[in-house]
Ligand binder design. Structure first.
Ligand SMILES: [Ca+2]
Length: 362
């Protein structure tokens, strides 16, 4: 086995699924009514059954369980999603139940994930294809090559949105959706089955609250918001717990010097695949020879993975956030309040944790 850090997977609980069905028959419609009416904790009456919070899911760790996670990603664009997937697979706190390609060009992204899961020997993880299908070349195509999804030894769900819904429904414990791209799939899942918000929480790399790219004091139209502002607005409005790492915190994570070298020189096949992906990603038409690899790019998405199992190293604030049509995330006291990681308590410790996870160190 080459997965020293992977958590034990818990079997799906049919009993819990049956009792949830019974619950839905008995009173689900009333709960759904409250949910659709938007009775979130930001205002109005409390929902009849509260959605799981970060504290609820972290509590699973205290009970000796893994935190069930669905990774929803636009992997294959910026390279940080590939780092995030590696961190996810190497974090023993997380029980990865499904990965789904989101945004556009979802077949290319699903092929990339399936090939990576094979390298990590984690083909028990099902792969879902997002609904914005396409298989155009991307910046990691040189590594993906002609990999055929039909050869993936695990399960491939052609309808990634449905797979998301079924995975949440089948879980006896609350599921954390870790989302590191635009979120049309998640918005579609909530629309198809609003009751999933009773059994899941949303954790995303989204927005720019007080800082922009590169720690700029000027806020930005962050790419995951700008990619589909309407979908994100629907996801933020759904009656579940929402937590984000905006650019304020995720936009300043970068491994340099010795920290980068530890990952770069790691012999784990997954890390070697990560570095090979990084190498091909750095080659662009305007930069055919990018030079030696001495540091990572900005690793935005790894912070969302961290927030799935801990908030200890971050300063969290509860803020009303309004998503504008042109992709800003503005503080607005009249908007639904969500949990925002707005500053680091200890960025250095996070970088050490990230390196430890990726290299399998304890
Ligand atoms: Ca991303």
């Amino acid at each position: 086995m080459q997965k020293p850090c992977s958590g034990e997977r818990s079997p799906l609980s049919m009993t819990a699924d049956l009792s949830r069905r019974a619950f839905m028959k008995a009173g689900g419609a009333a709960v759904l009514g409250a949910a659709v009416a938007g009775s979130s904790r930001a205002g109005g009456a409390a929902p009849a059954i509260p959605s799981p919070t970060a504290r609820d899911t972290f509590g699973l760790l205290e009970a000796g369980k893994g935190i069930p996670v669905i990774f929803d990603t636009d992997i294959g664009g910026d390279i940080d999603d590939t780092w995030a997937l590696a961190m996810l697979l190497m974090s023993p706190e997380l029980d990865v139940r499904l990965v789904v390609s989101d945004g556009s060009n979802s077949i290319y992204r699903a092929r990339l994930m399936a090939k990576l899961l094979e390298v990590f020997e984690r083909t028990e993880v099902p792969v879902g294809v997002g609904f914005k299908r396409g298989d155009k070349p991307g910046r990691q195509s040189a590594w993906v090559g002609d990999y055929d999804l039909s050869t993936y030894p695990g399960t491939v769900h052609e309808d990634g949105v449905d797979a998301m819904i079924q995975t949440i429904r089948a879980s006896s414990d609350p599921v954390s959706l870790v989302c590191t791209g635009p979120v049309p799939n998640v918005a579609a899942a909530v629309e198809r089955d609003p009751l999933i918000t009773r059994q899941a929480r949303f954790v995303g790399m989204h927005g720019s609250v007080r800082r922009g790219y590169g720690n700029s004091p000027k806020i930005a139209r962050e790419a995951n918001v700008r990619g589909d502002p309407k979908a994100l607005r629907e996801v933020f409005a759904a009656p579940w717990d929402v937590t984000i790492t905006p650019l304020d915190t995720c936009g300043i994570v970068r491994l340099t010097g010795e920290k980068f070298q530890k990952v770069y020189q790691c012999k784990h096949p997954g890390m070697q695949a990560l570095m090979e992906n990084y190498r091909v990603w750095r080659i662009r038409p305007d930069r055919p020879e990018p030079g030696p690899m001495t540091a990572s790019s900005t690793l935005f998405d790894t912070v969302a993975v961290y927030l799935a199992f801990s908030e200890e190293l971050l300063r969290m604030e509860r803020l009303g956030i309004r998503v504008t049509d042109d992709g800003y995330t503005l503080i607005d006291d009249d908007a639904r309040a969500i949990n925002c990681a707005t500053a680091w308590k200890d960025l250095d410790a996070f970088e050490d944790l990230l390196v430890a996870r990726l290299t399998g160190a304890r």
